[in-house]
Design a protein around this ligand. Structure first.
Ligand SMILES: [Zn+2]
Length: 359
């Protein structure tokens, strides 16, 4: 999966011979350095690897239409190109994207079956922006949505909750389950970032799915105080109300303070605390069944420390690795909950039918 290559790029744009080419923000480096940090601190050998295989075409077609899948395949076997909007395909990306979806499927299935207590799928390319007919935002196939469909087709599990804390709105996952009353999708994201005109509190689901989609748009500049308040005030009460059988986290690390594509302020300590809050809930309610699936995060230097904190929390293993950036980030002014952030979270809570008091 580290071999997916968007080609010569300027940040997130193809260089096209008119700009000095560099490496695309969504490169292997963030993921590779996380894996290397886990290896270096001898965490990897203490985890149980979950075998996986590429997703089958039928699994992909449960979420994406055939014309889109053929387009990705054609670009991938040719000279590459954009499979939608900022969804660059390079040589072999189709096969690699099948692996990413297969990794998420295997991780979720292993948690559901009890083979492992929880799991982290360090897969690439990411998935949460990919919709039925087009890729978006570096996402080719929607790994989480594909994994949920596969789980439902192969087990008795019905009710699934997705917590998407990638800093961008999880539009693809929202669209995949908009009318589904058995999938609760909660996206906590930076307000108005990407995609444009998505992620508002008014998107609560459609038809039978009304109430089972919750958006929590947080103001730019939000830090640990705002995120932890959103978890306490919206995510955990919504999980209580929905009562899922298993929990999936679309885990982006682009809300970290060092991300080049967003303007939030999280540190590795905050990612650890958010993970621990979900673990406490899930230990109490669903025997700890939580599956994390990697999404965005573009600071090659800082994503590894945030990812290590999450995997330490999931595994219960403390490596002793010290995050060298944490003192600087945790001391940033505004890390505590601000009044305008509290107001945004109150508004998101008030807009969620699932959280309205029953009288
Ligand atoms: Zn993102």
């Amino acid at each position: 999966m580290m071999w997916h290559d968007a080609g010569p790029s300027v940040a997130v744009l193809p260089a096209r011979g008119i700009y000095q080419p560099g490496v695309h923000f969504e490169s292997a480096e963030t993921k590779r350095r996380l894996k290397n940090l886990m290896d270096g601190y001898e965490l990897t050998p203490r985890l149980k690897p979950v075998p996986f295989a590429p997703a089958a075409l039928a699994d992909i077609l449960a979420v994406h239409d055939a014309a889109y899948v053929e387009r990705v395949q054609r670009l991938s076997s040719g000279s590459g190109g954009d499979a939608g909007e900022f969804a660059l395909v390079g040589p072999g990306t189709y096969e690699i994207a099948l692996l990413a979806a297969g990794g998420a499927m295997a991780a979720l299935a292993a948690v559901a079956s009890g083979e492992v207590r929880n799991a982290y799928a360090l897969c690439r390319p990411p998935g949460h922006h990919a919709g039925p007919t087009m890729g978006r935002g570096f996402c080719i196939f929607n790994n989480v949505a594909i994994a949920i469909h596969h789980l439902r087709n192969t087990s008795d599990v019905r009710c699934v909750a997705v917590i998407d804390w990638d800093v961008h709105h999880g539009n693809g996952t929202e669209s995949a389950f908009l009318t589904d009353s058995e999938t609760l999708v909660i996206s906590v994201h930076q307000d108005g970032l990407y995609p444009m005109a998505r992620g508002g509190t008014d998107a609560v689901g459609e038809g039978a799915g009304v109430g089972f989609n919750i958006n929590v748009p947080l103001p730019a500049g939000s830090g640990g105080g705002a995120y932890l308040h959103a978890i306490d005030q919206i995510v955990l009460p919504a999980l209580d109300a929905f009562d899922p059988e298993i929990l999936i986290v679309s885990c982006g690390f682009d809300a970290c303070a060092m991300d080049p594509l967003a303007a939030m302020m999280l540190s590795s300590a905050h990612y650890r605390l958010m993970t621990e809050k979900l673990l406490v809930w899930s230990d109490h309610r669903i025997n700890g069944r939580v599956c994390f699936v990697h999404e965005g995060g573009y600071s090659a230097e800082y994503v590894p420390f945030c990812g290590l904190a999450v995997v330490e929390a999931l595994s219960g293993v403390s490596t002793g690795c010290i995050d060298p950036f944490a003192p600087m980030i945790d001391a940033m002014p505004g890390q505590e909950l601000q009044s305008h952030q509290r107001a945004a979270i109150d508004a998101a809570r008030a807009a969620a039918p699932l959280l309205r008091p029953v009288c």
